[in-house]
Design a protein around this ligand. Structure first.
Ligand code: NOJ
Length: 548
């Protein structure tokens, strides 16, 4: 199937996020690999996705799951080779699936050749200029240059030992110390990232997911401004905050747009920008990245009012920016949505993980039922859906990873008080009765729980009512149904029912927590859970075709 040249293919695409190290392992080392993705192309084709996005597969010491990149233009030898990457892209393209890769421009790893050169070259050298080095405060430079925090706690500054063995300068890292931040005031940093974008675009990559797109420019004016603590929204609406969402960051993306437009069809991009919605759409402007992740549903509960508000707000915001909205319920950074919806509202997810998932008790079935309803609802919306590997199986979070096997740097950095994100990164179950659930012949880099057997692909494939078959059915139908981007609301704007149509007789009706309701006359195309006496029960979504 040839890929279309339509330059708007992304506006309503369904993109499947692959976390490569946990997808499928061909060489038996317990770590998923590129050849593993290639061998599952048929699975992805049957699922019906338009594109896959690969989280980082670059050489990395895995201090942060691969978001600590040693070399932006290579494949980690543990995961494969560039030749294998090319085979994968060609195979995916052959079945009509496009490919996004993850670009991590805020920071490299501390093993990157530029950072290693900076360490050797000494204070004041041109090599140090490509990162953010500063002298410390205090009599002997023993205090960090500012109060800036790291996302992974505590400080964003780490002091190095200079070549002569003496304590030396400090460098800035908004994440782990193994992730030094680039200095985006440096022209070589700009040039190098454009080279990276072209490198992958030349290999046929269709799109880019931009990691922490809002953080690249900091206010480096001296004395450094104070920014002691992250809050839910780190930024105001001013564009003049210290570390995030500064107005100048958009210059970078306007430069990148010129690179994207060198290709036919133009390469596309999506910003990961944890900023206020009003500012998020700036990243999605047509002369910048084109699209930005809308994470509002990622951090909300299964609640009709919240969904309605978020949908209405984001559809109009995206349209105003000349983009289309995106919808995300799960990703590699967040407790899976089946689990979030199966826990009581306002559960502190970290506290729950610290009890190994024992308190409060998770309602496994309710969580899945709600997750299926939410997924069918967002797949009916105008815009793109980004979903995360394993959610098509209805997987729950793995909450009981033993302390000595936790990989997330947040665990150590927060002095063992934050388990972090490993629970959604456990390798997928492919076969219920095979070793490592068919993920690998040799092991699994994170432990898989026994209950994974119930969710294995081979089990779900044979069950017509499985979550996997629901996703397959919905994605096939969606391809046939989707046309324009309009959405018209029906019914009560405050109750438990959300009902809209898409202008061509395609209606989406969701009952969140209400009593069963009669459905309008028409054909039910797909239902997230069975109807009861022909009525739509709670935690259920249907798609209908209704004559106008
Ligand atoms: C966002 C990524 O999604 C996350 O996994 C990573 O830890 C940080 N950015 C740092 O790169």
């Amino acid at each position: 199937m040839a890929l279309s040249k339509d330059k708007n293919w992304w506006r309503q695409a369904v993109i499947y996020q692959i976390y490569p190290r946990s997808f499928f392992d061909v060489n038996g080392d317990g770590l998923g690999d590129i050849a593993g993705i290639t061998s599952k192309i048929d699975y992805l084709r049957q699922l019906g996705v338009d594109a896959v996005w690969l989280s980082p597969f670059y050489p990395s010491a895995l201090a942060d799951g691969g978001y600590d990149v040693d070399d932006y233009r290579d494949v980690d030898p543990k995961l494969g080779t560039l030749e294998q990457f090319d085979v994968m892209v060609a195979g995916l393209h052959d079945v009509g699936i496009r490919v996004f890769v993850d670009i991590v421009p805020n920071h490299s790893s501390d093993r990157h050749e530029w950072f290693q050169a900076a360490l050797k070259a000494g204070p004041g050298s041109p090599e140090r200029e490509r990162y953010i080095f500063r002298d410390g405060k205090g009599e002997n430079g023993e205090l960090p240059p500012s109060d800036w925090p790291s996302h992974f706690a505590p400080s964003a500054w780490t002091r190095i030992t200079e070549a002569d063995g003496k304590p030396g300068q400090w460098y800035c890292h908004l994440f782990a110390p193994e992730q030094p931040d680039f200095n985006w005031d440096h022209p070589e940093v700009h040039e190098d990232f454009k080279k990276t974008l072209r490198f992958w675009a030349d290999r046929g990559v269709d799109g880019f997911r931009i990691d922490v797109a809002h953080a690249l420019k900091k206010d480096m004016s001296e004395p450094l401004r104070s920014f002691p603590k992250f809050t839910d929204f780190d930024n105001s609406l001013s564009g003049d905050d210290v570390l995030f969402d500064r107005n100048e960051v958009h210059e970078i993306y306007r430069e990148w747009r010129k690179v994207f437009d060198e290709y036919d069809p133009p390469r596309v991009a999506v910003a990961e920008a944890y900023v206020r919605a009003e500012r998020r759409v700036l990243y999605a402007r047509p002369d910048e990245l084109g699209q930005a992740f809308n994470f509002d549903l990622l951090s909300s509960y299964f609640d009709a009012g919240d969904f309605r508000k978020i949908i209405q707000f984001n559809v109009s915001l995206a349209a105003g920016a000349g983009s289309s909205s995106t919808w995300v319920l799960s990703n590699h950074d967040k407790v899976r949505h089946a689990t979030r919806y199966g826990l009581p509202r306002n559960t502190d997810e970290n506290a729950w993980l610290l009890t190994d998932g024992k308190t409060p008790v998770l309602d496994v079935e309710l969580g899945i039922r709600r997750a299926r309803a939410a997924t069918l609802l967002i797949l009916g919306l105008p815009g793109s859906t980004y979903f995360y590997q394993g959610e098509e199986l209805g997987l729950h979070e793995v909450a009981d990873i033993p302390a000595d096997q936790i990989q997330d740097p947040q665990w150590v950095r927060n002095l063992f008080k934050m388990k972090g994100r490993d629970g959604c990164r456990v390798p997928l179950p492919w076969e219920a009765h095979a070793a490592h659930f068919g993920f690998s012949s040799g092991g699994s880099h994170l432990p898989q729980p026994a209950w994974f057997a119930n969710y294995a692909v081979d089990v779900e494939e044979t069950d017509p009512d499985s979550t996997l078959n629901l996703y397959r059915r919905a994605l096939t139908l969606r391809k046939a149904l989707i046309s324009g981007e309009e959405l018209t609301w029906h019914g009560d704007a405050h109750g438990e029912i959300l009902h809209f149509d898409r202008g061509n007789g395609w209606h989406v009706i969701a009952n969140f927590n209400g009593d069963p309701i009669e459905l309008p006359d028409g054909d039910v195309l797909v239902s997230s859970s069975p109807l009861v006496d022909n009525k739509l029960p709670s935690a259920t979504t249907v798609w209908m075709k209704i004559a106008n």
